[in-house]
Design a protein around this ligand. Structure first.
Ligand code: NAD
Length: 364
């Protein structure tokens, strides 16, 4: 069966790591037709907009995209292309596996966690009021009237909202992911002891959803305690589901546990569309130098293969990446003992080494 996947090269070092990843995925033998589309900076240059309708239509039609990093600052009024993309397709689940690989320097020995972060709501919904604006004065007046608390006049206000629907679908996503991937437990993270309504709602809904999944364990943790536990005993946890803000912070913490953002894959998934990417940015200072590590995007490629139902190919790709990294020979500068190691290879040669492991011929 041929899968059609939208391929977004991105900018900065994006096109190089996307090409390396595309070659590695093709080497698994899975039949994929890549529908290449520009979004972000390159799209502005070619089409005068960061979101050409044809690119968005391609993502909508194909429902699966592999995306290189996109530089955020565009000077076009968009806060972030990445955030806009998430909103456009209602990509409510941010999936961030954090796993240690031999050969990647990491503070912890044996971590294998999956973070499921809610991507749309919470403090990150973008509902904010700046000081000195009439809107702020109005909002402050309502808050003071309804809460009987005063807010200083020199304070800006950001709104945190958490809905039943948003909580239910993200917790369900976490349980479905756990079930489909042989995971044993879901931990819901919150601060319901302080934010009794917003986080209290998230926790209540999580408990309700957990009852529908008697085959998967469930527990909850308060977010500050969770951070300490993750540093001290990450092996106690498995799939962790969190509202947006906590998810953002904790997923970087777990990326740090396994060696940093350079090796961490991610996916943004909605009802009908899934976009796979690396966690790191476009690293523009290395653009065009065939230098940066494509591992994170390749691991995102493995997640994508899994999503497409190509489980065996996904495992083969991941095993091949792990083997190259464990051997430590054909790896990029960041995976060498020192950053100026002359034996470091480039992005493309790293991909060649992975492809040799997969067992297919190296494409030009
Ligand atoms: P960055 O992740 O691009 O780079 C920070 C540093 O990390 C780099 O200078 C480099 O030393 C290292 N690094 C990053 N990726 C690496 C790799 N694959 N291999 C080896 N080393 C690597 O972060 P930044 O400089 O803060 O962001 C650059 C741009 O990317 C910004 O516009 C930012 O908003 C954007 N960004 C995009 C995404 C995304 O598309 N999902 C994510 C994060 C940042």
């Amino acid at each position: 069966m041929t899968h059609v996947v939208t391929l977004i090269p991105g900018d900065g070092t994006g096109p190089e790591i996307v090409e390396a990843t595309r070659r590695a995925i093709d080497a698994t033998g899975v039949d994929i037709r890549w529908d290449v589309q520009e979004i972000g900076v390159p799209a502005i240059e070619k089409h005068g907009t960061p979101f050409p309708p044809a690119a968005l239509e391609s993502v909508r039609r194909n429902t699966v995209a592999l995306k290189g990093p996109l530089t955020t600052e565009l000077g076009t009024g968009f806060r972030s292309v990445n955030v806009a993309l998430r909103k456009e397709f209602d990509l409510y689940a941010n999936l961030r596996p954090a796993k240690t690989y031999r050969g990647v320097k990491a503070p912890m020995g044996n971590v294998d966690l999956v973070i499921v972060r809610e991507n749309i709501e919470d403090l990150y919904a973008g509902i904010e009021y700046d000081i000195g604006t009439p809107e702020l004065a109005e909002v402050r007046a309502v808050i003071e009237k309804t809460s009987r608390q005063t807010i200083r006049e020199d304070a800006a206000i950001a709104i945190k909202y958490i809905s039943e629907m948003g909580s239910r679908r993200i917790v369900k996503f976490a349980f479905e992911y756990a079930r489909a991937n042989g995971r044993r437990k879901v931990t819901a993270v919150h601060k319901a002891n302080i934010m009794k309504f917003a986080d209290g709602l998230f926790l209540r809904v999580a408990r309700e959803v957990a009852q529908e999944y008697s085959d998967i364990g469930f527990e909850d943790r308060i977010v500050d305690n969770m951070c300490m536990q993750l540093v001290q005993k990450p092996d106690l946890y498995d799939v962790i589901v969190l509202p947006n803000l906590y998810g953002d912070i904790v997923s970087d913490l777990t990326a740090g546990l396994v060696g940093g953002l350079g090796v961490a894959p991610g996916a943004n998934i909605g009802e009908g569309v899934a976009v796979f990417e690396a966690i790191h940015g476009s690293a523009p200072k290395y653009a065009g130098q065939n230098k940066v590590n494509p591992m994170a995007l390749m691991l995102a490629g493995a997640l994508m293969l899994q999503h497409l139902g190509e489980r065996e190919a996904a495992e083969r790709l991941e095993r091949s990446i792990a083997a190259v990294v464990a051997e430590g020979k054909d790896v990029t500068y960041d995976l060498k003992p020192t950053r100026d190691d002359p034996t470091a290879v480039g992005t493309s040669e790293f991909a060649d080494a992975v492809i040799r492991r997969i067992g297919a011929p190296v494409h030009a």
